[in-house]
Write a protein that binds this ligand. Structure first.
Ligand code: UTP
Length: 294
């Protein structure tokens, strides 16, 4: 039987250079989509999928994330005194039981692979999930839950994938696949940010992974790859052939919120999905679409 996936790693140590100056003094993961920070969506997804322990890999300037997932004693008191019930409800973010959330630091942003490696002692010898908060997924069944269902059957590594336009392969980790039933694909290789002409497919890995602890052995080599960074993709590739490895075309929509236009699109989509905002936002969109700028 597959060993249960209990822990999720949230690498939040990146510099977020594409969002400067906003990220000069605030973590990228705290950027709000409508009114909720990116990292809250990702943590809620993990908890909805049954994850029991959360490990953040943070860095300098990321303290706001720790404060966010803690009680807001003063705010709660003031809102209570003023009878602001809706606002009190809004600050009800998931506060994990002490001991079920851990923060470790990546002192130098050497790449995603290095960030995951920083969690090795906290994860230990068990399968674990990795979620990148800047990949936001809108789905009826949480994306990670869909992946865990696959893991339960395969006991192997699982990555969530989406098809991207060929000219975008150089932005993402891309899979080489063998059998493919249109939903689940067997992975035979993967390459980080390939040139469109060299890309083995257009199946791009998004920021959702279920990995076997073996990956830490490969990450320990600390070899740099594309962009001079320690890439998670390179170490994942070394596990192919050792254990089952699948790419899942999950049901849902992914928004690449590490990119400005993806972030903007996520705000539009999530606002339209909110009953109390839908009509107002639709009216604004129509106005701009009709060529009016006011
Ligand atoms: P990105 O490639 O989006 O990098 O990282 P970034 O630094 O966050 O942003 P840009 O490209 O400079 O704008 C993907 C994920 O990996 C994490 C990031 O926090 C993000 O969730 N990451 C990346 C780390 O935790 N550490 C790193 O050294 C690099």
């Amino acid at each position: 039987m597959a060993k249960q996936v209990r822990k999720a790693v949230f690498p939040v140590g990146g510099l977020g250079t594409r969002f400067l100056p906003a990220t000069k003094a605030m973590p990228k993961e705290m950027l709000p989509v409508v009114d909720k920070p990116l990292v809250q969506y990702a943590v809620e997804e993990a908890l909805d999928a049954g994850i029991e322990e959360i490990i953040f890999v943070t860095g300098r300037g990321k303290a706001a994330i720790e404060d966010f997932f803690d009680h807001s004693v003063e705010l709660r008191q003031v809102l209570g005194e003023r009878g602001k019930d809706a606002e009190l409800h809004a600050i009800d973010v998931p506060v994990l039981e002490p001991g079920r959330v851990a923060y470790t630091r990546q002192q130098d942003a050497l790449g995603l692979g290095h960030a995951v490696w920083c969690a090795r002692e906290l994860v230990g010898d068990e399968p674990f999930a990795v979620l990148l908060a800047d990949d936001l997924v809108m789905a009826e069944t949480p994306c990670l839950k869909q992946m865990l269902d696959v893991y339960t059957k395969t006991s192997g590594n699982v990555v969530a994938v989406v098809d991207v336009p060929k000219e975008h392969t150089e932005r993402y980790g891309i899979l080489e696949i063998a059998s493919d039933d249109g939903r689940l694909a067997e992975v035979t290789g993967m390459v980080e940010k390939p040139d469109p002409d060299d890309a083995p497919s257009t199946l791009s890995i998004i920021g959702r992974y279920i990995l076997l602890p073996r990956v830490f052995d490969y990450l320990s080599d600390r070899k740099t790859g594309a962009g001079g960074e320690i890439q998670l993709t390179d170490s994942m590739a070394r596990m192919i052939g050792e254990a089952p490895f699948h790419g899942l075309r999950f049901e849902g929509i992914r928004f690449d919120c590490g990119d400005k236009s993806g972030f903007f699109e996520a705000n539009v989509a999530f606002a339209l999905a909110r009953a109390e905002l839908h009509d107002q936002v639709q009216e604004v969109i129509n106005r701009y679409a009709n060529g009016s700028d006011r």
